[in-house]
Design a protein around this ligand. Sequence first.
Ligand SMILES: C[S@@+](CC[C@H](N)C(=O)[O-])C[C@H]1O[C@@H](n2cnc3c(N)ncnc32)[C@H](O)[C@@H]1O
Ligand SMILES: Nc1nc2[nH]cc(C(=O)O)c2c(=O)[nH]1
Ligand code: SF4
Ligand SMILES: [Mg+2]
Length: 214
Amino acid sequence: MKQLKINECFLSIQGESTFAGLPCVFLRLSGCPLSCSWCDTEYAKDEGEYLSFDRIVKKLLSFDVDRIEVTGGEPLAQEPTLELLQSLCDRGLAVLLETSGALDISQVDPRVHVIMDIKCPGSGMTGRMHWSNLKSLLPHHEVKFVCQDRQDYEFARKIIKDNDLSNKVTVLFSTVTGRLAPKDLVAWVLEDRLRARFQLQMHKYIWPPDQRGV
Ligand SMILES: C[S@@+](CC[C@H](N)C(=O)[O-])C[C@H]1O[C@@H](n2cnc3c(N)ncnc32)[C@H](O)[C@@H]1O
Ligand SMILES: Nc1nc2[nH]cc(C(=O)O)c2c(=O)[nH]1
Ligand code: SF4
Ligand SMILES: [Mg+2]
């Protein structure tokens, strides 16, 4: 029986990406092989329970919302995730996948809206990037740079330029909450006339930033 280790499942508004502000059901998978210095979901590393696909799908559908984000933890670290994503697409749902960039995305169903981090130096995880993912990106995918300082920003700017990312996908810039002033990152993006979308984690402004399940 196919199963996945699940940390939490809840209804909220999407706080990030081009889908920000829209109702969305979140499925947070347990476990992550990375350890970003600023990770806000460390609780998802170990905590969780194994649920069958049937129970997961039943739970997701019970919210009666046709947009689902699969996140984590690192969702692609569990092999059955690929099949779950496909079956959610087959049901006609809009499926978003939030992934670190460290695992291969080439086998993800092309209907999925992949939102892929490119880990900047401040995360400590740049060396873990699966760089050939850049070749697997589709026009409806989004890449996200989460920056904690100027060094991270300059790294992101170089990756965007060297790979012509703004012409291929939506490029998102985000601050590490509490580590970089949003106005500084916005000023840099504007100064360089980058074709990128600035975002904040909206849910951390609506609810206390450390609240789970929102
Ligand atoms: C918790 S991760 C889960 C998905 C996947 N492991 C990843 O890193 O993309 C979801 C998103 O939250 C972002 N994130 C985690 N901690 C953050 C923080 N302290 N400030 C801003 N964004 C953060 C990550 O960079 C990622 O884009
Ligand atoms: N509301 C809300 N939006 C989100 N977008 C991405 C999230 C994540 O943790 O991956 C997230 C989250 O945890 N909550
Ligand atoms: S990859 Fe995602 S879940 Fe894993 S440590 Fe980094 S931010 Fe946290
Ligand atoms: Mg989050």
